[in-house]
Write a protein that binds this ligand. Sequence first.
Ligand SMILES: [Zn+2]
Ligand SMILES: [Zn+2]
Length: 331
Amino acid sequence: MKSVVIEKPNEISVLEREVPEPGAGQLMVQVMASGICGTDLHIYRGEYMGKYPVIPGHEFYGIVTAVGDGVKRFQVGDRVAVEPNIACDNCVNCLNNRQNFCLNWQAIGVTLPGGMEEYVIVPERAAFNIGELPFEVGAFMEPLSCVVHGIQRAHIGLADYVAIFGAGPIGNLMIQMARIQGAAHITVLEINPGRADLASELGADRVVASFDQLQPDTYDIVIDATGAIPVMNRTIDYVRKGGTVLLFGVPPSGRNLEVEGFKIFQKGLTVMSSFTSVRNSFQAVELLKSGQVRVDSLISHHLPLDEMPHALELIESRDPVVKKVIVQPNG
Ligand SMILES: [Zn+2]
Ligand SMILES: [Zn+2]
């Protein structure tokens, strides 16, 4: 079978590998749709944790083609989405419901072979049956689970004014989740015109292209969904006194923010981040099944596996037409 391998930072190739076999408690999944996100780009550029070589792909959906001994919930032919973070459930953090900080953390597509190949082995407990959902919709389970976790941490309340910086796929999931949580008004900052239109379509009340068009000290919650340091630096200017800043986008490692500490104090802010998810995959699947969260318009490209290296460049290009890129290892 074909696999995409990131040998080391900035070096990617498509290789032939043996088809793996599922062991006890594991499933073999034929990958039908595998989303690329900023994390893959960070892994490719050597800006994320994890060791090399890596077979990337942590947002995927496929068909169960074999089951190992002892598998209870699945049979061959089931359609599953995969939660990539594998916690041990037996360390001090897991026992305290902080599985995202598991001391023995493994992640499919980061430390274990991921979905950018034709077949992947996954533990049964990482798989979620998503029935008849189209394959590329299922590939959004993982990013949506992270967004659900972030939104819950930020405690968006009824009638809140929310500002979201960045309307990439994550920003657009944020818009929809903020609405579900009861936000009264959602303002989005986005310079890319294609993404700005999409934000309006998915429920943003106002979309602006520059900071000058935003009122300082106004929003109950400001969410950064860009991971761009200069944008993150501005979040504390626009949140109201006593409000919350959620730094959700992944910035490059090794770079500092520059924010005025006194301003955070004087405004009494809660400034937080959100790391992956904690048992939010089930919720993500239900939200996708219910149709409350729409993802079809977030996809701009479907590409074969061979074009994964090209796909990373596409994402990096910040071309206005590029939204979510879905790789289809099995056509
Ligand atoms: Zn991702
Ligand atoms: Zn653990």
